[in-house]
Design a protein around this ligand. Structure first.
Ligand SMILES: [Zn+2]
Length: 461
């Protein structure tokens, strides 16, 4: 170490590739060294004794809605919610901002809005609405982490679904542009049929909403997407898997060598149909939250690695869009960016009770929330690791703390369905590029400005 470090984080157990006591030295926003306790000096120090130091969470799926619908959330409040929850990099979806990110110009607009408002680093998804190679080239050249497509109605008019006959050509075009395709997998025809049937009974309650999108809707779309990816030689990522049955199709595709990964979301792991009945439209999303048995199955699948990682699908809206008593009329989307890490840590700790120690729980969580998504979307090892040369994106985390999220602590502008929930494990402080963006002990007045992180490498499976 020729140059003196700007900052030393002392006394924490570093959980990244294993778990060990080290002081973390930071210089110029990057981790310059991991050293034995007290082994080097620095201009400033953070005392982190009794805490875990985790790589910042890479949340692969958020909707911050700016430009265009910044009153729904926006980069400023959305990134503050993320930072308070230990997320240091978000990957923002091409909708529901206006314009949606479908080409180079709209990508540049989103990037400018994020650079202006975000306090965490960010990558950007583009949209895939047809097989046009020109727009894919523009998105790829700009460093998009991938492109997103819908196999059913997207919920917003300006982002059309991919037509069935376009699926294979569009996947082929994305593969040629070197882009992973994220797919919202619900079968459009089955959704329409089931919705018409339920609506015909004049039902509009939460249970009716769930019945309008049964597991078959997901299973059929996931199976079709996997088969199409194989046909097209494409790499795909299935977003927000909610139905246990859909995992069978993904497993079979992997066995056949298809490059497919899957995420689930904290709301499918935290809530069940009873919560949905109680909380109503606050927990409306598509595909829907299912029953307790399905939820338990998703946990098992996550623990077994059948689900690759967890992302928030943070998608809040103004409160009045959630106020309708008609579940079919209310906005579908859940605010979860802030609770992602604590919800997953709490659940893994519970499911591993008696068999794993807290460092192993943290190691598992770090792999599923930081390292794995960073690798999949070409951000590794700059993101997702506490290692020499990586960005100094670090979460100081108290694994033993039991706490409850209250309304004041929630940072989202939307309705936060996690308010009132109890968690085990609390974010104490979050740093992005060596700068504090969240500190539970004091208000951060001069946080970092979030930087755009381009996809650097060809993503891996
Ligand atoms: Zn989404």
């Amino acid at each position: 170490m020729s140059e003196k470090a700007d900052l030393a984080i002392r006394g924490a157990i570093v959980v990244s590739d294993g778990a060990y006591a080290r002081d973390i030295l930071i210089h110029d926003g990057r981790i310059s060294a991991l050293v034995e306790a007290g082994a080097a000096s620095a201009q400033r120090e953070i005392d982190a004794r009794g805490l875990l130091a985790l790589p910042g969470v890479v949340d692969a799926h958020v909707h911050f809605n700016e430009p265009g619908r910044e009153d729904w959330e926006g980069w400023s409040s959305g990134s503050r919610a993320a930072a308070a929850g230990g997320t240091t990099t978000v990957l923002d979806m091409p909708l529901n901002s206006i314009p949606p990110v479908l080409d180079g110009t709209s990508f540049d607009m989103k990037k400018a809005a994020a650079e202006n408002g975000s306090i965490v680093d960010f990558g950007l998804w583009g949209g895939l609405v047809d097989a046009d190679p020109g727009s894919l080239r523009e998105l790829g050249e700009r460093g998009a982490v991938g492109v997103k497509a819908f196999l059913c109605d997207s919920g917003v008019a300006e982002f059309p679904a991919l037509q069935e006959q376009d699926l294979v050509p569009a996947l082929r075009a994305a593969a040629q542009a070197g882009l992973v395709v994220a797919l919202h997998c619900e079968d459009d025809a089955l959704v329409r049929e089931a919705t018409a049937r339920v609506r015909g009974e004049e039902r509009h309650d939460a249970a009716a909403w769930v019945r309008s999108r049964p597991p078959l809707v997901e299973v059929r779309a996931v199976a079709a997407a996997c088969a199409a990816a194989r046909e097209a030689g494409a790499r795909i990522h299935i977003v927000h898997v909610s139905a246990m049955e859909a995992l069978g199709a993904i497993g079979a595709a992997r066995d056949m060598g298809t490059d497919v990964t899957a995420e689930t979301c904290p709301h499918y792991l935290t809530f069940d149909q009873d919560d949905l009945a109680r909380q109503g439209a606050a927990l409306k999303c598509a595909p829907p939250i299912r029953d307790a048995r399905n939820r338990a199955g998703l946990w098992r699948a996550l623990m077994q690695g059948k689900i690759d990682f967890v992302a928030s699908d943070h998608s809040p809206c103004p409160a009045d869009l959630k106020e309708s008593a008609d579940m079919f009329a209310a906005w579908g989307g859940i605010a979860g960016a802030q609770s992602l890490l604590s919800a997953v840590f709490s659940g893994v700790a519970t499911h591993a009770e008696g068999t794993l120690d807290v460092r192993k729980v943290a190691g598992f969580v770090v792999w599923r929330l930081a390292a794995r998504p960073a690798k999949r979307f070409g951000l590794w090892p700059r993101k997702g690791a506490i290692a020499q040369g990586s960005d100094a994106d670090i979460v100081l985390f108290d694994p033993e703390r039991e706490w409850k999220l209250d309304g004041e602590g929630s940072r989202t502008r939307g309705i936060d369905p996690y308010v009132g929930r109890s968690f085990r494990g609390k974010v104490v402080r979050t740093l992005v590029g060596g700068r504090t963006v969240y500190n539970e002990r004091e208000t951060v007045t001069n946080p970092a400005r979030g930087r755009f992180i381009p996809r650097e490498e060809v993503a891996e499976g």
